[in-house]
Design a protein around this ligand. Structure first.
Ligand SMILES: Nc1nc2c(c(=O)[nH]1)N[C@H]1C(S)=C(S)[C@@H](COP(=O)(O)O)O[C@H]1N2
Ligand SMILES: [Mo]
Length: 579
């Protein structure tokens, strides 16, 4: 080999974030207020969601006036007398709120806050929501910035937005790597808490609070809704049984919205989608992202309504229920609540500054907590192959093309003198020309690229299997990872080459290929000519473009910052990316 590629990676570049360099030094452009597309296609307009404010106010006034009018009607009065709110659908419990329930409730609240903040940050990395798997510009139904410029090559990283640091976690542009650690670690804790709640609900009888056992829940719910809306509330009953509206709100939150959040989250995983064939149709990642976002909307509405009702109806009593587990109206519960809020506020304010100050720690703590989970999902085998008709018309681009003279020369010569280096822990290191590569067995696959940022695109890739390369070079038994080095530099100044390490097991999969064709034509420069990797189990960023060298190694600790790839080193991404 001419030189070692490891030398072209910067060592000891530090573990901090310098905004002038981070993510290529993109300026901190803020997100716009959300815009949605409304109307059928011939009159489609984009409207800022601000229109919901006057609409909400008018709607609320109309609803209250209607409910008040209804309550003057004898028929409705009889109905409310017959169905006051509580009934046989929820027989009263023997006791109030046990300690486990109160503890799980507050833990759930705490975890949700950080899941929501990091979740919005993840959205800000590709702040558009679509229903089609190709993410065609202009087809998004929701966005946090203006239209995609179509008159020039536009990179997905330019399509990120910043958020205020108190809202997003950690706020700055393209901080998705760090946001994902928060999101996934807190998701996992939330899931564990949720499983505990399910088990305890059903083993203690507390499930009767929130699961209706008879259909009279429906008239009681209608009745309670009219009573609340008329601002003449039904009598409080929450200590031993909830009224219909409360019960259904909690039931929806615990048994519908929460599982839906989990399912629509997991459906966005490249590994699971590549295993279950989810890239097209109604289960595609863009539908999952959209639903995941709508579940967030539900949670925000629920939290707002829940908090308003706690305070609008016998607040001190409610706070004692959920803090001390007593049914009285002393101020003690309020003070316990204030303490919980104080702790939460401190954590809230500290999360962004600490994340920006110690990003490497966040990455390592996150990996320590959930690394095993990612490792497990990575054991799946990709099997999905889509059809020609599924190929996306537009395909987003990420990463800046190589600027080296060497690459430019190859490009000008149409890669006639290009040679792929394959070396490291192998019995027969090789340099293989593109002509030799083209003479090897050719495979095609139509698969979806899952960018970490959220976009997807389906393309037909043609090339050679990595396992055929391995059969030629004979890796040593101690080779555990395969490192792909690009001709291109990563986005930060002086950070060296773009590279990424893959598990050697993944190189044995039939769908792990080095592609030199895209959609039946020579691979275009912007998509990685002359060769790019496709590992269908992993997020897009691991599929290195403009590959110049492949190295078999036992460990990647000595490469770059030792995290397993350019984005792992400088953008604090996960090394394992099946999700
Ligand atoms: N050398 C190099 N390879 C790269 C990148 C890059 O920045 N540099 N970006 C990655 C990312 S983030 C994604 S999602 C895919 C996108 O592939 P595409 O640009 O062909 O759509 O390429 C990956 N390969
Ligand atoms: Mo990506």
């Amino acid at each position: 080999m001419k030189h070692t590629f490891a030398d072209e990676l910067t060592r000891n570049a530090g573990d901090s974030i310098d905004l002038k360099e981070f993510a290529g030094g993109i300026p901190q452009e803020m997100a716009r207020f959300p815009e949605i597309r409304i109307g059928p296609w011939w009159v489609t307009t984009r409207q800022s969601l601000l229109f919901l404010i006057p609409l909400g106010i008018i709607g609320a006034i109309v609803a209250v006036l209607t409910a008040r009018f209804l309550r003057t009607l004898p028929l409705i009065q009889q109905f409310i007398a017959a169905y006051p709110g509580t009934g046989s659908f929820a027989p009263p419990l023997a006791d109030g709120f046990p300690l486990w329930l109160r503890a799980c409730h507050w833990l759930n609240f705490f975890l949700l806050l950080f899941m929501i903040r990091s979740g919005i940050q993840i959205l800000a990395d590709h702040p558009r929501l679509y229903l089609n798997p190709g993410c065609t510009p202009g087809s998004e139904w929701f966005r946090l910035l203006g239209p995609v410029p179509l008159d020039r090559e536009y990179h997905a990283k330019e399509d990120t937005v910043a958020l205020p640091g108190w809202l997003g976690l950690p706020g700055i542009r393209h901080s998705i790597g760090l946001a994902r650690w928060w999101h996934f670690v807190f998701d996992t804790l939330w899931l564990a808490n949720g499983i505990a709640v399910y088990v305890l609900l059903f083993s203690t009888g507390q499930w009767r609070r929130i699961v209706p056992v008879s259909f009279d829940v429906i008239p009681h719910t209608i009745s309670t809704a009219i009573q609340y809306l008329s601002l003449d509330f039904p009598p409080p009953s929450g200590w031993l049984q909830y009224n219909g509206l409360q019960l259904l709100a909690y039931f929806t939150t615990v048994f519908i919205a929460s599982p839906l959040a989990l399912i629509t989250g997991v459906m966005q995983s490249p590994a699971i989608a590549a295993r279950l064939h989810l890239a097209t149709g109604f289960l595609n990642r863009q539908v999952a992202r959209s639903l995941h976002f709508l579940v967030l909307g539900y949670f925000l509405l629920f939290i707002a309504g829940h908090v308003v009702m706690v305070f609008a109806t016998d607040a001190l009593n409610n706070l004692n229920h959920m803090t001390r587990g007593t049914d009285d109206s002393s101020w003690t519960g309020f003070f316990v609540f204030a303490l919980i809020m104080g702790i939460t506020a401190v954590a809230w304010m500290a999360a962004t500054p600490l994340t920006l100050k110690y990003p490497r720690k966040i990455q390592h703590i996150g990996r320590w907590i959930i690394g095993w989970l990612l490792d497990g999902i990575e054991k799946l085998r990709p099997v999905s192959n889509y059809q020609e008709k599924d190929i996306s018309t537009y395909f987003w681009v990420n990463g800046t093309a190589p600027v080296s003279d060497e690459y430019k020369k190859h490009l000008a010569e149409r890669f006639r003198n290009y040679q792929l280096n394959v070396g490291g822990l192998v019995a027969k290191p090789m340099q293989i020309s593109l002509a030799q590569i083209r003479a090897m067995p050719h495979f095609e696959q139509i698969t979806s690229n899952y960018c970490i940022q959220g976009w997807t695109g389906i393309a037909k890739w043609g090339g050679i299997r990595m396992k055929d390369i391995m059969a030629l070079v004979h890796p040593h038994p101690n080779a555990r990872y395969v490192v792909f080095y690009s001709f291109a530099h990563g986005s930060g100044k002086g950070h060296g080459l773009y590279y990424d390490a893959h598990k050697i097991e993944h190189m044995q999969h039939d769908q792990t290929i080095l592609a030199y064709e895209m959609n039946g034509k020579d691979l275009p420069e912007r998509h990685g000519a002359p060769l790019r990797l496709r590992n269908e189990l992993e997020l897009g960023f691991k599929s290195v473009k403009w590959v110049q060298s492949v190295e078999f190694v036992e460990s990647f600790d000595h490469l770059g910052q030792g995290e397993g790839g350019f984005n792992e080193d400088y953008e604090f991404f996960t090394t394992r990316n099946p999700i």
